[in-house]
Design a binder for this molecule. Structure first.
Ligand code: PAF
Length: 273
């Protein structure tokens, strides 16, 4: 595995690649969720590139940029054992200059839900993902469905800017008890780890209601809020795959989203129905 730190090294590596290239952008602290994306890329492509870059522009003032979990040695080992071809680990100075044009995510889809409490977050995500896609020129890029709004906005960017990469949405990976894997789970103490299960359970409750025939979004949101007690709920929302809010579940075209704070840790989860 090649560890690549500079743009020139990355370009030189990319020029050597023939055939399909799979790319997994990450902020490190790799867990089984990331590993599932890596394995899928390894299976589907001739070359696999992973990036580890804690992107400053997607963190708001006061967020956990400085304390975001860093596991550099472990990340390198995980990538080595997984068998990827190149690991791109740039510095912020490599990725950004003081004077550069930017990109703004469409406000009607990026300043709601995650973007409501984190205004500007998705501008930073799109900015770095555009740079990373341009640098790595992947045929396929792999993103988890857990960050559903991010995934939608990236697909939208790729479509509207006519990028050639195919975005591959990948299933959420969960612990045995249902907790969706997230790098931020390491912030949870033992009690909070148990409380965090309210998120996936609220989605299970909604699933049972849908199986029983319930299609009304406000009724589903009510049972979910109940199931989320006593957590501090930031939002429960049901949208279609274009991230428009809906009042009736459309099977095959709906996403149920939940965000709640467990202690000081903000967790998200969702279910594609
Ligand atoms: O999902 C993430 O880890 C990040 O938002 C991403 C896509 C790597 C961009 O920094």
């Amino acid at each position: 595995m090649k560890i690549v730190k500079t743009i020139d090294e990355l370009k030189a590596y990319r020029n050597e690649c023939t055939g399909s290239v799979g790319f997994i952008p990450t902020m490190g602290a790799l867990h089984n969720g990331h590993i599932s994306l890596i394995q899928r890329s390894l299976h589907e492509n001739e070359h696999t590139i992973v990036s580890v870059f804690v992107n400053p522009t997607q963190f708001l003032e006061g967020e956990d940029f400085n304390t975001y979990p860093k596991r550099t040695e472990a990340d390198i080992k995980i990538c080595q054992f997984a068998g990827i071809d190149a690991l791109f680990m740039p510095t912020p100075e490599t990725m950004y200059s003081s004077c550069e044009p930017s990109i703004f995510a469409p406000s009607q889809k990026a300043y709601v839900l995650e973007g409501f409490t984190r205004p500007g977050h998705f501008d930073g995500v799109l900015r770095v993902v555009l740079k990373l896609l341009n640098l790595t020129q992947p045929t396929h890029a792999y993103f988890g469905k857990k960050d559903a709004q991010q995934l939608y906005l990236i697909q939208n960017m790729v479509r509207t800017f006519f990028l050639k990469t195919q975005i591959v949405p990948c299933e959420i990976v969960r612990e045995d008890d249902g907790l969706a894997l997230s790098s931020r789970n390491v912030y949870l103490n033992a009690t909070e780890r148990q409380e965090a299960l309210h998120l996936s359970r609220s989605l299970q409750v909604a699933t049972q209601k849908i199986i029983a025939g319930q299609r009304d979004v406000s009724a589903l949101k009510t049972v979910m809020y109940e199931a989320l007690q006593p957590l501090h709920v930031e939002y429960v929302e049901i949208v279609n795959r274009d991230f428009d809010t809906i009042s009736t579940i459309e099977i095959g075209n709906s996403i149920i989203l939940v965000c709640a704070k467990v202690g000081t840790t903000r967790l998200i989860d969702n279910l594609w129905v």
